[in-house]
Write a protein that binds this ligand. Structure first.
Ligand SMILES: [Zn+2]
Length: 402
């Protein structure tokens, strides 16, 4: 979930400028036979609406079961997200409600979805032609400073936790707040150790650079950045520097590239800063389209921003920018350390990547760039599965050494 969405929140409507038909047969075949994992998706906010049905094709939003199938997605991490302003028992309760909403969605669609908590589960889902549903808690504030809540999250199937969201919490600094802890506090380090023991992957998206360093130093298992892009291309604090990517690679981790236009394009980012009135215009347009319908607001922001881009009111950001970030990350961190973390239904998708059905275009573009089939498979999902397997291995070792 990004700032633009935390304030305006988003969606999708229109057809596509570049269709999946432009993808070669080789790419389609490779894509459909690969494990394809998206490590960050905010559709959970829609699952809380009793009128929302994930099993039917929607004209808005980025994700539903028919479109995930069409886009060849094997596994998706649904994000458990609440604002980092909400704390204490309220935060815990709302996180548990969202975990329940994800679990109930899986229970209601047993022919399409499989609740996955291990790498083996994800492969099993692929074999059974189902979509593996995983969960990540996006912000350590949701555990209410209580390790027993973290253990409950793990027992319910949560497999990663982003240490912070946009505000610092009581034990870790965020990349979008003023540092107060100089990274992780002693308790923050205990949180990381307990996550290692429980097999919950340490997610360093959103955290400050110093929190990142501390997390890498403390964690016995590889960490990942579930939805971050490259700061060398777009200078957002949410993105990773080349040095951070090198450290992540040394740790065995993965950076999963975020598709949000404000993290992909420096031009878009600069324009947003220089034209603060545009945000008001966007909000007015959302209000015009949605009135007071909150569910509509949730999925309209990203379409409005894309419409503004198409109309020349904002710099155009094309989906090929995602491939540019992937390619840069591979050059810096290596082929074993890059993956996909779209931030779907929580950010603004670029032109040509309006929803998950367009995913095979990335496979096509990487092949065209000269990536081998085995390298493409790594980026699509194998690297992420390796981190999940490693988290399981470290967890087993830590539990057996007690
Ligand atoms: Zn986020």
């Amino acid at each position: 979930m990004t700032r633009i969405l935390a304030t305006l929140i988003l969606g999708v409507l229109m057809p596509v400028s570049l269709s999946a038909q432009s993808v070669s047969d080789q790419a389609k075949k490779l894509h459909s036979s690969s494990i394809v994992i998206d490590t960050h998706d905010d559709t959970t906010q829609r699952l809380l609406d009793p009128n929302f049905d994930l099993s039917v094709r929607h004209s808005d939003g980025n994700i539903d079961i028919p479109r995930m199938r069409e886009g060849g997605l094997t596994g998706i991490f649904f994000s458990i997200w609440i604002s980092s302003k909400i704390l204490g028992p309220d935060a815990v309760k709302q996180a548990l409600d969202q975990i329940d909403a994800v679990r109930e969605t899986v229970r209601k669609h047993p022919n399409d979805l499989l609740l996955a908590t291990t790498a083996a589960d994800v492969r099993q889902a692929k074999t059974q032609h189902k979509i593996a549903v995983l969960m990540g808690v996006e912000g350590g504030h949701m555990m209410g400073n209580d390790l027993s809540v973290l253990r409950t999250f793990a027992a319910l199937g949560v497999r990663y936790m982003t240490l912070t969201h946009m505000d610092n919490n009581e034990w870790a600094d965020s990349s979008t707040d003023k540092p107060v802890h100089n990274g992780l506090t002693d308790f923050g380090k205990d949180v990381v150790r307990e996550m290692n023991r429980l097999g919950i992957i340490v997610d360093v998206s959103h955290v400050s650079d110093k929190t990142f360093e501390d997390a890498i130093a403390v964690s016995k298992a590889p960490v990942f950045a579930s939805h971050s892009s490259c700061r060398a291309i777009c200078n957002a604090p949410r993105n990773m520097t080349d040095d951070m990517m090198r450290a992540l690679a040394k740790n065995g981790g993965v950076i999963q590239i975020n598709y949000h236009v404000g993290f992909l394009s420096q031009e878009f980012r600069d324009y947003e800063k220089e034209h603060p009135d545009t945000e008001k215009e966007i909000n007015d347009e959302i209000k015009k389209r949605c009135g007071d319908n909150e569910a509509c607001k949730l999925t309209t922001g990203d379409q409005v921003v894309r419409d503004f881009m198409e109309a020349g009111k904002l710099p155009k950001v094309d989906w090929t920018k995602i491939v540019e970030h992937i390619d840069h990350a591979v050059k810096i961190a290596g082929i074993d350390h890059v993956g996909l973390g779209s931030d779907s239904d929580g950010a603004v998708m670029p032109i040509g990547m309006q929803d998950v059905t367009h995913l095979p275009q990335i496979t096509g573009a990487l092949l065209k760039k000269g990536y081998s089939e085995s390298d493409v498979r790594k980026i699509l999902g194998e690297n992420t599965l390796r981190v999940l397997s490693e988290a399981e291995r470290v967890s087993r070792e830590l539990n057996s050494s007690k």
